[in-house]
Design a protein around this ligand. Structure first.
Ligand code: NAI
Length: 249
């Protein structure tokens, strides 16, 4: 028996980067994983890769900015595997880099819709399903930027601060019902989210981390898996960093 045998996990944004690493980490430890992403081909490829290893995984297309789509993804998890026990609300986008006074209003709404409202929609449908399963755990993918500013990233930073508010509130509401809700705050991680950042920008980002490098998706997945596991049975409503020392400065 592996650690997550008998548990079903829904991971949003699981076609790429951190979500993909989390899906793999959970599936390798016995979970049945629903690989949910706005990219259908990406979700199917990621789920196929897990199934090829002999692990249990299925793909579902979800757009976290659409509550009906999120509800369908949660129903897919329950219909496919019988119950939902674990969820990782990870889907997210970066948005443009501009000073607040020049930030496009529509871009601001788009980033908030995905990175904050999308987490609410996910919790909205996951939590009743997890309670119905007899309890479980949720991790919301926050950021080191949930607790500090970052010039040029008003929408992203505001959304990630909001994710902590959602995490703490849901944790208070659902601890008595057997669901632990926590947030993970990665430093900068080498994934497609960083886009085509040029050498100078990358060097600057690396310089923010005393560890002297960016994080890896697998390192974030490791902390996420711990928080979802019974080893974290008294960990509720808190914010855990995996940031190469960024916040220690
Ligand atoms: P990524 O770009 O590699 O993966 C994000 C995934 O989310 C993609 O597969 C994308 O298709 C999916 N996605 C985007 N919009 C979606 C939507 N509306 N509905 C469903 N899926 C959607 O990015 P990465 O780096 O793996 O980011 C994952 C999470 O980690 C995000 O919430 C991000 O803000 C957070 N994070 C990332 C850091 C980094 O430096 N890469 C640092 C701190 C937090």
């Amino acid at each position: 028996m592996s650690e997550f045998t008998g548990r079903t996990a829904l991971v949003t944004g699981a076609a790429s980067g951190i979500g993909r690493a989390v899906a793999s980490r959970l599936a390798s430890a016995g979970a049945s994983v629903v690989v949910a992403d706005v990219s259908g081909p990406g979700a199917r490829e990621a789920a196929g890769e897990l199934a090829d290893q002999g692990w249990r995984a299925s793909a579902v297309v979800v757009d976290v900015t659409d509550p009906a789509s999120v509800e369908r993804a949660v129903r897919h998890a329950v219909d496919t595997y019988g119950a939902l026990h674990l969820a990782v609300n990870n889907a997210g986008i970066g948005g443009p880099s501009l000073p607040t006074g020049e930030y496009d209003v529509e871009d601001f709404k788009r980033v908030l819709d995905t990175n904050l409202t999308g987490v609410f929609y996910s919790l909205r449908y996951e939590l009743p399903a997890i309670v119905a399963a007899g309890g479980g755990a949720v991790v919301n993918m926050a950021s080191i930027l949930s607790a500090r500013g970052f010039a040029g990233s008003a929408a992203y930073v505001a959304a990630k601060h909001g994710v902590l508010g959602l995490t703490r509130t849901a944790a208070l509401e659902y601890a008595p019902r057997g669901v632990r809700v926590n947030a993970v705050g990665p430093g900068f991680v080498d994934t497609p989210l960083l886009g085509d950042a040029d050498r100078g920008v990358r060097d600057y980002l690396v310089s923010l981390h005393p560890a002297g490098r960016l994080g890896t998706a697998a390192e974030v997945a490791e902390l996420t898996a711990f928080l979802l596991s019974d080893r974290a049975s008294f960990v509720h409503g808190s914010y855990h960093l995996v940031d190469g020392g960024y916040a220690a400065r």
